[in-house]
Write a protein that binds this ligand. Structure first.
Ligand code: FMN
Length: 184
């Protein structure tokens, strides 16, 4: 808990799982990131956000997201949740050289909520570690005014750092993920 001029300040980090398909590996990678973030004293709260829990249809609001005028309960719920945090980490796979449509849709729903807040990106994939996905996401996050921090972490052949029970067996990426958390 940070104390500033007699006030207590909460610093909340949300880790957003970008994929939504059944049997996805996103939560496994996100839990690894979550553990590292929880060991960092910077954030008073670290929350894992699963897009599946918000069940957002393809963007169905009439007004532009920048107005903050939302007709639907699912948008209001998503907006309220994202408004709680001061920083974010997007955990994303690579789907055909991009990031999942589920993640783009969830981002596009909102505007001011993302504000000029800091964002880190952890991608995972095969030989490139999801680098195409992360590069595409950087452009989008910059466009909505977020401050994307370095380093970019692309977890190469990510299945090899976990065992069959989804337990981490190779912590090669811990230092670079920690560096992202430190920069937020
Ligand atoms: C639709 C689709 C497209 C994919 N395209 C790529 C790709 O372009 N590059 C890559 O490294 N892996 C690709 N993969 C493999 C994913 O990296 C791997 O399936 C990963 O587990 C996907 O993340 P998820 O399990 O959280 O959905 C693709 C997977 C899917 C389902």
């Amino acid at each position: 808990m940070l104390v500033h001029l007699g006030y207590t300040m909460t610093m909340k980090l949300q880790i957003i799982i970008g994929s939504t398909r059944p049997a996805r590996k996103g939560p496994m990678v996100a839990r690894y990131v979550e553990q590292i973030a929880k060991n960092n004293n910077k954030f008073t709260e670290v929350e894992l956000l699963d897009l599946v829990d918000y069940n957002l249809p393809l963007l169905d609001e009439v007004e532009m997201p920048s107005t903050g005028i939302y007709a639907h309960e699912h948008t209001k719920k998503w907006s309220a949740k994202i408004s709680e945090a001061q920083a974010y980490i997007f955990v994303t796979p690579e789907y055909n050289a991009g990031y999942p449509a589920s993640l783009k849709n969830a981002i596009d729903y909102l505007y001011k909520e993302w504000g000029d807040k800091p964002a880190g990106i952890i991608s995972y994939g095969g030989r490139s570690g999801g680098k195409n996905s992360a590069d595409g996401l950087v452009k989008v996050l910059n466009k909505i005014g977020m401050k994307v921090v370095e380093p970019q972490v692309n977890i190469v052949r990510f299945t090899e750092i976990f065992d069959q029970n989804e337990m981490l067996i190779d912590d090669s990426y811990t230092i670079s993920i920690k560096a992202v958390v430190d920069k937020l």
